[in-house]
Ligand binder design. Structure first.
Ligand SMILES: [Zn+2]
Length: 235
């Protein structure tokens, strides 16, 4: 029994220290995860913008070519207008000219619209690339910080985990499971020493008779209030 108690006490010491090391990392791992997701989203939006931009540019080039072609035709019609032989021909060519002019006007307003859209996209892209850069820097800083903490704690952590596994090998599965269950339910504490007649976890006072029992007994004792395994470590 003494061995069981001392193993549980030691296990708790190791887990408490492991918890402290975990706390040193704080919310850095979660923060890094969030930043990474955020960055991926922004990068994918940036590449969508790039695609939209190249579509706009190729549209504009197409409109520009069409304008050029229409203007050439217009010029041809205008030349023909000087050489018409009758009114009917004059009317027909005039109509062609008017149609071409409207066509050119439409194309030119499309070009202007495209240029405006390109400007808008460019602004969005610039803003986005600024945000991406900021995120990348923040992520880099956080990764370096976490890496530094990890370098300090990794060796100790590995040692603690090694010692923990040694104890678990000696410990009956039944007790190990019980220990884990209580630890999870109590925010990391499964074993508490009796201190000044009280539970070392919740500080509820224990009747003296109960303390005598706990000191003598050869089975595990639990605090009636918080459920931790109570052990006697003094003397
Ligand atoms: Zn308690």
């Amino acid at each position: 029994m003494k061995k069981l108690v001392s193993n549980l006490v030691r296990l708790q010491e190791l887990d408490t220290r492991l918890n402290q090391l975990e706390l040193q990392r704080g919310d850095l791992p979660t923060l890094i995860e969030h930043l990474t997701t955020d960055l991926e989203e922004k990068r994918s939006i940036a590449s969508e913008l790039k695609e939209k931009m190249s579509k706009l540019q190729s549209d504009r080039k197409m409109f520009e070519k069409e304008v050029e072609a229409s203007k050439e035709l217009l010029k041809k019609y205008e030349d023909q207008l000087y050489r018409v032989k009758n009114n009917k021909e004059y009317d027909a060519i005039s109509l062609e000219i008017d149609t071409k002019k409207v066509e050119i006007e439409n194309l030119e307003s499309k070009i202007i619209q495209t240029l405006e859209d390109e400007d808008e996209l460019k602004k969005e892209a610039t803003e986005l690339s600024g945000e991406i850069k900021k995120l990348e820097e923040q992520l880099k800083e956080n990764r370096i910080e976490l890496e530094e903490i990890n370098q300090h704690t990794k060796t100790e952590e590995a040692k603690l985990i090694g010692q923990r596994n040694e104890i678990l090998k000696e410990l009956d599965d039944r007790y190990a499971r019980q220990y884990e269950r209580i630890r999870r339910a109590n925010g990391g504490r499964a074993v508490a020493a009796i201190s000044r007649g009280s539970c070392g976890n919740c500080y509820s006072v224990l009747p003296p008779q109960r303390i005598v029992e706990i000191r003598r007994t050869d089975r595990l004792n639990f605090c009636e209030h918080c459920g931790v395994i109570l052990v006697w470590t003094e003397g």
